[in-house]
Every structure is written in structure tokens, then in C-alpha cells.
Design a protein around this ligand. Structure first.
Ligand code: CA
Length: 222
């Protein structure tokens, strides 16, 4: 995670600006939205490594949003922003699958420190199990049963994106966004070459699903 992608949802425009600008200066790749609806619309293509979620949003409760994200298979750690006097909120935030919180008003350095800690923790036990495969972010490997094969970081991110929705077609542009840094120029045949390599690696594993090409649309794992 050289430049962790952070998706921020915060309805206060000033606070949103401060977070976005500050996190960019701290080496994160932030994107910010103002409502829960925008977050749900953006989260798949943004494929964030970390989320910053305000609990008090105009159209949703941040904890409900977090539950919705988990139900969609999004496992990125969540840092909740919550009111200082809202201790019950903090606790139910954790129940919703969130990972940490800061209380408003917060020191920006605290947000940065917590995000770094969450990023490290996600790397420590963030293995993904889906479709009979296990993606190990420490070993950067994929395994099926007793067989295992190493992956490059880009292969890892592409496979993680496919594994988030096994059986569903993932669009080419969503795979490019997941696999490469924001703004990178990725040629059509580069994605195809990566998919072909991933397909060969999965074929070498015992009982692994296969990567299917959906022509003109994307790829599917099944
Ligand atoms: Ca708010």
C-alpha cells in the first residue's frame, strides 16, 4: 500500500476540504463525498484501502452505511468521525464492523495516526476468503486448499477486486481502478495480459475457480 486510497464521507464542506487536502499532503490518495448515497455510488470504482465515515450524515447513519458496505463485501477498515458526547455511538460503530473512531473536534494528526494504524492492521490480518480461494496480503499469495502461488501487487489487487463479487462480471474500468494508481494510463491489452497471467496461476491451483472473459465488458470469477 504505497499510497493508500482513502474514501471520505463527511457532509461538512469545510471539514471535508481539510481532510481531503491534509490527507493528500500526508501521502494518502483521498477522495471525498458529502452523502451516504454518494459513498455507495462511488465505493466500488474508488476501491478504497481505507474509509473515513462521518456518523451524522444528512441522508444516512454512518454505522448503517458501514453495515451496507460489509454486506457488499467491502472489507476496507473504517475510521468513524463521531460527536464527542456520543459514547453509545462509538460502541455501536464497532458493532457495525467499523474499526476505529475519532471524536469531533479532532486533531488532524490523530486522524493520520489512526489511519496509518488501520492500514497496518489491515495488512496484518486482512486475508480475504471467497470462492474457495484465500488471498493472503502478507505473503502476497493466493491459495486453494494446500496449493498456493505468489502474486505481484497488481495481480493481487485485481484478484481481490474479482473476489469481492464472485460470479459477477467486474467491468474493465473498475479493474483498472483497482489494479493501478489513480490516473495511470493502462492500455487495454495490459489488463488482458494481467488477466491471462492470473488465469494461468489459478489453473495451477487445486480446485480453484476460473477467470472468464466477458467480451467488451470485463472479467468474472467462477
Ligand atoms: Ca455530519
Amino acid at each position: 500500500m504505497t499510497q493508500p486510497r482513502v474514501l471520505i464521507v463527511e457532509d461538512d464542506p469545510e471539514l471535508r476540504r481539510v481532510l481531503q487536502r491534509g490527507l493528500a499532503e500526508e501521502g494518502f490518495a483521498p477522495e471525498a463525498v458529502a452523502t451516504g448515497a454518494e459513498l455507495l455510488a462511488r465505493v466500488d470504482s474508488a476501491s478504497p484501502d481505507l474509509l473515513v465515515v462521518d456518523i451524522g450524515l444528512p441522508d444516512a447513519d454512518g454505522r448503517d452505511l458501514c453495515q451496507a458496505l460489509r454486506a457488499r463485501g467491502i472489507q476496507a477498515p473504517v475510521l468513524f468521525l463521531t460527536a464527542r458526547d456520543a459514547l453509545p455511538d462509538r460502541l455501536s460503530g464497532f458493532d457495525a464492523g467499523g474499526d476505529d473512531y475519532v471524536t469531533k473536534p479532532f486533531a488532524f494528526t490523530e486522524v493520520v495516526a489512526r489511519l496509518h494504524a488501520l492500514a497496518r492492521r489491515a495488512g496484518a490480518d486482512g486475508a480475504i476468503d471467497a470462492a474457495g480461494l484465500r488471498l493472503d496480503p502478507i505473503a502476497h499469495a493466493v491459495s486453494s486448499g494446500a496449493s498456493s502461488t505468489p502474486l505481484t501487487p497488481t495481480e493481487f489487487r485485481l484478484l481481490a477486486r474479482l473476489l469481492a463479487r464472485p460470479g459477477e462480471t467486474v467491468r474493465r474500468r473498475d479493474l483498472v481502478r483497482a489494479g493501478w494508481p489513480h490516473g495511470a494510463i493502462v492500455h487495454e491489452n495490459t489488463l488482458d495480459a494481467y488477466a491471462a497471467r492470473l488465469r494461468r496461476k489459478l489453473r495451477a491451483l487445486d480446485h480453484a475457480p476460473t477467470i472468464t472473459t466477458v467480451h467488451g465488458v470485463g472479467y468474472r470469477l467462477r
